[in-house]
Design a protein around this ligand. Structure first.
Ligand code: GRG
Ligand code: ZN
Length: 340
C-alpha cells in the first residue's frame, strides 16, 4: 500500500493559493472563498497550517464581505450562503471568529429562512437542503442558532426524506450522497438524528462502494432491458459491470459525502475501509502533489480536500481527526463550541 504524500500535497495547495493566472485559478476565481476553505482545512488536518500567511488570508476574507453581512466568493462578488459558511470556517480555523460582527452575519443568514422552514441561498431565492445545512452550521459556530426557527428547519429537511431512506435537495427530489450529507449533518447538529432510519439509509450508503473500493453518489441507472432470455441477461450483466466501473464510477469526493454520513449514523463498519483508503491513495499525483477525482485524472484542490478529509475519517495515521458534521478539525470544533 502506498502512503499519503503530505509534504507534496501541502506544497501543491500553497502554490495553487498563490497562482493567479493558470486554468484552475481562473476557474476558481468566483469561488475562491470555497477554495480557501478546502485548501486551508486540508493543510490544518495535515499539520501544515503554519505555512500560511494568516494575516493576509484574514484581511482578504474580510474584504469579501458585503454590506448585507453575507460574503461573496471573492472581493466585489455578490453574497451567498455558500461563501458565508466558508468565511466563518476559515476564521474558525485561525481562531479569529471575533473579528466578525456576529449579529450582522447571523442576521443575514437568518433573513434567508422561508415561511416553510427552508432556506434560500441568496436574495434570488433558490431553495436547497444544502442551504439548510449551511445556515444551521454557520449559526451554530456563531452561537446564534436561536435566530432561526430550528423546529421548522428540521421539519423541512424531513420533508425531503425519500422512501429509500436518503434525502434530496427539495421535497420529492432523488436521493444523492451530497444532499444526504447536508441533511444528516444538519439533523446531527440539531440533535434530531432520530428522524433518520439508520439501517435503511446505512444500506443505501454502503451500496455506494464499487469494486475499486471507491464510492459513488447514487445508484446505477440501468438501461431498460428485458431479461427474458439468456442473451439479454448476459448483455445486461456486462452493461451493469461497465456502468459499475465507468458511468457511475466512484469519485474521491464521495469518500467525504458518503463516509461522513455513515459515521454520523453509526454504520461505517458496513463498508470496506481498507479498500477505500487504497482508492484514495491511488488518486494522488505522486510527482507534483494533489489528489484527483479518480486515478490518473488531473488533480484539483476540491478533491485534494475530500481525499485527505476522507482519510482523516478513516483514521489514517498522522492526520488530525475531522468532525463529520462540522467539516472542521475536531480540535477547532471543541475550541469554538466548548471554549477549549
Ligand atoms: C462544508 C463540506 C461542506 C459542504 C458545504 C456545498 C455543500 C455544503 C454541500 C454540497 C453537497 C452536494 C450536493 C455535493 C455533491 C457534489 C457533486 C460531486 C455533485 C455531482 O453530482 P452529479 O449528479 O454526479 O453531477 P454523479 O456522480 O451523481 O453522477
Ligand atoms: Zn468529485
Amino acid at each position: 500500500m502506498g502512503e499519503l504524500l503530505v509534504e507534496k500535497h501541502a506544497k501543491y495547495i500553497i502554490t495553487v493559493e498563490k497562482r493567479k493566472d493558470d486554468f484552475e485559478s481562473v476557474v476558481m476565481e468566483h469561488l475562491r472563498l470555497n477554495g480557501a476553505y478546502w485548501g486551508l482545512t486540508t493543510l490544518d488536518i495535515m499539520g501544515k497550517l503554519g505555512a500560511v500567511e494568516q494575516d493576509e488570508v484574514i484581511s482578504w476574507v474580510m474584504q469579501c464581505q458585503h454590506e448585507s453581512g453575507g460574503f461573496g466568493g471573492n472581493i466585489g462578488h455578490d453574497p451567498h450562503l455558500l461563501y458565508t459558511l466558508s468565511a466563518i470556517q476559515v476564521l474558525a480555523l485561525f481562531d479569529k471568529l471575533h473579528v466578525l460582527d456576529i449579529d450582522k452575519v447571523s442576521n443575514y443568514i437568518a433573513g434567508l429562512q422561508n415561511e416553510d422552514g427552508s432556506f434560500s441561498g441568496d436574495i434570488w431565492g433558490e431553495v436547497d437542503t444544502r442551504f439548510s445545512y449551511i445556515s444551521i452550521l454557520s449559526l451554530t459556530l456563531l452561537h446564534r442558532l436561536d435566530k432561526i426557527d430550528v423546529g421548522k428547519a428540521v421539519k423541512y429537511i424531513i420533508s425531503c426524506k425519500n422512501v429509500d431512506g436518503g434525502f434530496g435537495c427539495t421535497p420529492g427530489a432523488e436521493s444523492h450522497a451530497g444532499q444526504i450529507f447536508c441533511c444528516v449533518a444538519a439533523l446531527a447538529i440539531t440533535g434530531s438524528l432520530h428522524h433518520v432510519d439508520k439501517d435503511l439509509l446505512g444500506w443505501w450508503l454502503c451500496e455506494r462502494q464499487v469494486k475499486s473500493g471507491g464510492l459513488n453518489g447514487r445508484p446505477e441507472k440501468l438501461p431498460d432491458v428485458c431479461c427474458s432470455c439468456d442473451i439479454v441477461i448476459s448483455i445486461s450483466k456486462s452493461v451493469m459491470s461497465f456502468i459499475d466501473s465507468h458511468v457511475v464510477a466512484s469519485q474521491v469526493c464521495y469518500s467525504w459525502w458518503v463516509l461522513s454520513s455513515l459515521i454520523m449514523i453509526d454504520r461505517v463498519h458496513w463498508i470496506d475501509k481498507g479498500k477505500l483508503v487504497q482508492f484514495i491513495l491511488d488518486c494522488q499525483d505522486k510527482e507534483n502533489g494533489g489528489i484527483s477525482d479518480r486515478p490518473d485524472d488531473a488533480v484539483d484542490v476540491f478533491h485534494t480536500y475530500f481525499g485527505v478529509a476522507g482519510l482523516s475519517l478513516l483514521e489514517y495515521p498522522g492526520i488530525k481527526p475531522i468532525d463529520p458534521a462540522y467539516a472542521l478539525p475536531v480540535d477547532v470544533v471543541n475550541r469554538v463550541m466548548l471554549g477549549r
